[in-house]
Design a protein around this ligand. Structure first.
Ligand SMILES: Nc1ncnc2c1ncn2[C@@H]1O[C@H](COP(=O)(O)OP(=O)(O)OP(=O)(O)O)[C@@H](O)[C@H]1O
Ligand SMILES: [Mg+2]
Length: 341
């Protein structure tokens, strides 16, 4: 029988419920998976660390974190477990979470249809590129609700965003004091060394005149859609709060495109931001773990692909996040079996 570990963080928390600080109902997921003939134990990252050398042939279900240090900690632990166990999410999905730079690399590997993007760690890498086609979109690698997403019209503007420090650390403050006040302690070479790669970011092609984008969640066979309109005098739909379930004429384009992504990159769940320009779909960004669930949990319907008709069926039914999550995990595990057979 398959052995499953569900890994929770502090206080039995498993991300995410409606908000990042809300947990899913783990007992419900556990019961669902057990009823499908699996041995399921709920455990902690501490248990994984304690048994890092011996854990083998487990299916380990865990989630990432939107707290950066926490995420790096999870990455370290899961890295050493990934070769001998089935990780859900897989390790690439974990690295892609809240990391638009890694997403752009995954796009290069799997051809996911991301808007043309390049990943950098320093502005000097951009300096050498001739004929940049402005306007472009600058995105810090990490930043939800469209914070850190800026339209840039020229190199000067790009410099401004890259150089803008996100936060002032004590370490940075000390270095500035040495530079300007305690000058004898200032080490120019050390400063020069540290000045490279202060911020990772991507530069993405800008798709003009979008009125809306689409949030698509895929949980197993079920596809959920939300249309998000851009706010007035802005180009960003995410964070505008202007939503509709009335998808309109782009419906099939978006669903077919989302299904194509599912076929190219294996994951248990998907959250895709998609836009359509002149009937051409593009991927804006994606997450495969720790996804915001309201597109699913507040929907009274979902879409299912019918292979016989090559069309999409709209099914009216409410969805439970935990049940759909369990179904998605189940589907992923079954497909993993058939892959390894
Ligand atoms: N390359 C682009 N061209 C045109 N519009 C874009 C582009 N990239 C992003 N946008 C717009 O900006 C919004 C925010 O972008 P993106 O999804 O990359 O940022 P985010 O901060 O991760 O947002 P969230 O996590 O809330 O979805 C998108 O919803 C879209 O409307
Ligand atoms: Mg987004």
């Amino acid at each position: 029988m398959q052995k499953i570990l569900i890994v929770t963080a502090e206080n039995g928390w498993f991300a995410q419920g409606k908000f990042p600080w809300e947990s899913m109902d783990i007992e419900r997921i556990k019961r669902r998976l057990e009823s499908n003939n699996k041995i399921v134990n709920v455990t902690t990252f501490q248990f994984l660390k304690d048994n890092i050398a011996s854990l083998k042939d487990y299916i380990i279900i865990y989630t990432s974190s939107q707290r950066l240090e926490h995420k790096y900690y999870i990455q370290d632990i899961m890295f050493l477990l990934k070769d001998n166990n089935t990780l859900i999410p897989n390790y690439e999905s974990l690295l892609a979470h809240e990391n638009k730079g890694f997403q752009s690399l995954l796009d290069k590997k799997y051809n996911l249809g991301l808007i043309k993007s390049e990943y950098y760690c320093d502005i000097c890498e951009v300096k050498n590129i001739k004929n940049l086609n402005y306007p472009l979109v600058y995105k810090s690698v990490n930043g939800a609700s469209s914070m850190g997403v800026k339209k840039v019209h020229n190199t000067e503007e790009m410099y401004k965003y890259v150089k803008q420090p996100c936060s002032i650390s004590l370490e940075l403050l000390k270095r500035k004091l040495k530079k300007y006040i305690f000058k004898s302690k200032y080490n120019h070479q050390w400063e020069k060394y540290l000045s490279f790669a202060q911020q990772r970011f991507i530069i993405q092609g800008f798709i003009p005149d979008l009125q809306y984008d689409f949030k698509v969640l895929i949980f197993g066979k079920k596809y959920y859609l939300l249309k998000r309109f851009v706010a007035e005098n802005d180009f960003k739909a995410s964070g505008s709060g202007l939503h509709s379930r009335n998808i309109g004429s782009d419906l099939k384009i978006v669903l077919d495109f989302a299904r194509g992504i599912k076929n190219k990159f294996r994951s248990h769940i998907y959250s895709l931001d998609i836009c359509v320009k002149n009937k051409e779909p593009h991927l804006i960004e994606f997450q495969m773990t720790h996804v915001g669930p309201v597109t699913l949990s507040e929907s009274d319907h979902y879409f299912i692909y019918n292979a016989t008709t090559n069309n999409w069926e709209k099914v009216f039914s409410l969805s439970s996040l935990e049940d759909e999550f369990s179904n998605a995990v189940e589907e992923y595990i079954n497909e993993s079996d058939s892959y390894s057979a």
